[in-house]
Write a protein that binds this ligand. Structure first.
Ligand SMILES: *Cc1c(COP(=O)(O)O)cnc(C)c1O
Length: 421
């Protein structure tokens, strides 16, 4: 059972409130299968529902609330910036946008940044950049972008097409032309696709991948695969694009996911955790492939002073408070605890994998118990987890999570597993 198809009872969202879940669904399009709780406040790694029940938040808005809830630095920046200036058009120079771009350029392989508002939009920008580059620099009329099976790149038409999972594309044809799919971590498949897709003006112009597949089940990229991929791109002139929407901004214990693989992409994207939960997206590229010019691409909200000031605060907080070290240490601690639990319940648990604070616990495919079953049991124990597909539990707490909180999560997870067996 997937999150999308989960059919829930109608819980009262708030005692004495106007809304129960039925009324909510009467007004809001039912595009989500929602768990039957309503979270109303949070602090650090903890959130509280409308009944006052507290949860340890190992979802973090799906790898988004980087600094947790109600972080004092966020409160300060949000308050100061809304009083100063929150939105102006990109018709004008925006100092906060420039400062944020400088931070990103000085702390990554990128030379230039474009700002938008979400992960899908950042990937759209990357797709457009690859196509424009292909037309102008490679003289290609029909550029093709390779993506991986089990990938996730967003929900716009181009990004569901880029997403190598038919379930997200179902019902939305005709899809966007110019995409082809290869199995992840399989270099032979890339080589074959490049050879097969080469006819006249149709050729592979870009390869877009996640450094670690998030939605696809927390699957880390393999070093050897990415080293050879980089070499192929260097030899052929194909652009290498990393979708860092989920793994960027310190999530893996390094600023960017690609740093775990010893290579640099030509283009990469960021969103989720970049402003710690305030909407923002960004597309970064090296100068040689920056073919955008005035009029090529735009976004009304993209790069507004508010979102940019908050993102800069998130990044500076990670840097000044040495949060990457916490991510590495808490990640090790969490994987050690998860492996111990997996060994204790081998009938259910298959494998633990991940980098930094993006980790997955895979359940055996032949077990009747799904990730949703364990997520629900964990919720009862006061621990929020997100599934990454039907058989993988995902652990993506705020990057400020403490050793005590990791230990508490492990204890709650074990209780939840026992309850499902
Ligand atoms: C979440 C996600 C997206 C989509 O981001 P939105 O902000 O929801 O549009 C794209 N790519 C990856 C890897 C993601 O995890």
């Amino acid at each position: 059972m997937s999150l999308e198809t989960l059919n829930l009872q109608s819980p009262v969202l708030s005692p004495g409130s106007l809304f129960d879940a039925n009324e909510f669904d009467h007004y809001v399009m039912k595009t989500y299968g929602r768990f039957p709780i309503a979270l109303v406040k949070g602090s650090g790694c903890r959130v509280t529902d409308n009944y006052g029940k507290e949860y340890l938040d190992f979802v973090a808005g799906i790898a988004t609330t980087t600094l947790g809830h109600a972080h004092p630095n966020l409160i300060k920046t949000v308050t100061e910036q809304i009083q100063k200036l929150h939105h102006v058009s990109n018709l004008y120079y925006i100092p906060e946008q420039g400062e944020l771009a400088r931070w990103i350029v000085e702390h990554s392989c990128a030379d230039k940044v474009f700002f938008c508002n979400s992960g899908a939009e950042a990937n759209e920008a990357a797709i457009k950049l690859v196509r424009k580059y292909a037309h102008e620099k490679l003289d290609l009329d029909n550029p093709v972008i390779l993506t991986a099976k089990s990938s996730f790149h967003g929900r716009t038409l181009a990004t569901i097409t880029a997403t190598g999972q038919p379930k997200y594309q179902k019902g939305f044809s005709p899809l966007v032309p110019g995409f082809a799919y290869v199995p992840y971590n399989d270099i032979g498949a890339i080589e074959n696709a490049i050879t097969d897709i080469d006819e006249g003006n149709t050729r592979v112009a870009g390869i877009m991948l996640e450094a670690l597949q998030g939605e696809g089940g927390v699957r880390p990229g393999e070093l050897e695969y990415f080293l050879r991929l980089r070499k192929i791109c260097d030899e052929t002139g194909i652009l290498l694009i990393f979708d860092e929407v989920q793994v960027g901004v310190g999530r893996t214990g390094k600023y960017w996911g690609y740093e775990n693989l010893g290579i640099e992409p030509d283009i990469f994207t960021s969103a989720k955790g970049l402003a710690g939960g305030i909407p923002i997206g960004a597309m970064m590229c090296k100068d040689f492939c920056n073919v955008f010019e005035p009029g090529s691409h735009a976004s009304t909200f993209g790069g507004n002073p508010f979102a940019c000031a908050v993102a800069l605060t998130v990044l500076q907080t990670i840097e000044r408070e040495n949060i990457l070290q916490n991510v590495q240490q808490r990640g090790e601690q969490l994987r050690t605890r998860l492996r111990a639990i997996a060994m204790k319940y081998p009938q259910l648990c298959k494998e633990v994998r991940g980098w930094g604070l993006i980790n997955g616990l895979e359940l055996h495919s032949d077990s009747k118990i799904t990730s949703i079953d364990v997520v629900k049991a964990a919720m009862t124990e006061g621990l929020l987890l997100a599934p990454a597909g039907p058989k993988v539990l995902r652990f993506v707490p705020p990057l400020i999570v403490t050793a005590e909180e990791v230990e508490e999560a492990a204890i709650k997870l074990e209780r939840a597993i026992v309850a499902t067996l």
